[in-house]
Design a protein. Structure first.
Length: 109
């Protein structure tokens, strides 16, 4: 996983769980028996923005897979020009662990 940093946000202070973190992680989107490679552009405990070509369509329930132990059930909520947004079906507090590990590995603060 590459370096991670919080995206710019309004002047109000957000707790770590409320932030959307900029990432550049290779992943896979699984839906309806298909596996499509993607890149996670940003991620929070609520969802993720992806760079992806191909299926699935808006409204499809999917699994965002980073590794065998990091699978996130989600629903596609928007698609535009090779990008899509997914909303996790449950809040994924494990995202904070992933971000912390990646930030530590890259020396980011």
């Amino acid at each position: 996983m590459g370096s991670v940093r919080p995206l710019r946000c309004p002047s109000e202070h957000k707790t770590a769980w409320a932030r959307r973190w900029k990432t550049s992680w290779k992943a896979e989107l699984q839906a309806e028996g298909e596996r499509v490679p993607c890149v996670i552009l940003n991620m929070s405990v609520h969802g993720a923005g992806l760079s992806i070509d191909g299926p699935p369509d808006e409204g499809t329930v999917v699994s965002l897979v980073l590794s065998a132990s990091n699978r996130f059930p989600a629903r596609v909520v928007w698609r535009r020009f090779g990008a899509m947004g997914v909303c996790f079906l449950d809040r994924q507090l494990g995202v904070l662990d992933l971000v912390a590990k990646a930030a530590t590995a890259s020396g980011a603060r």
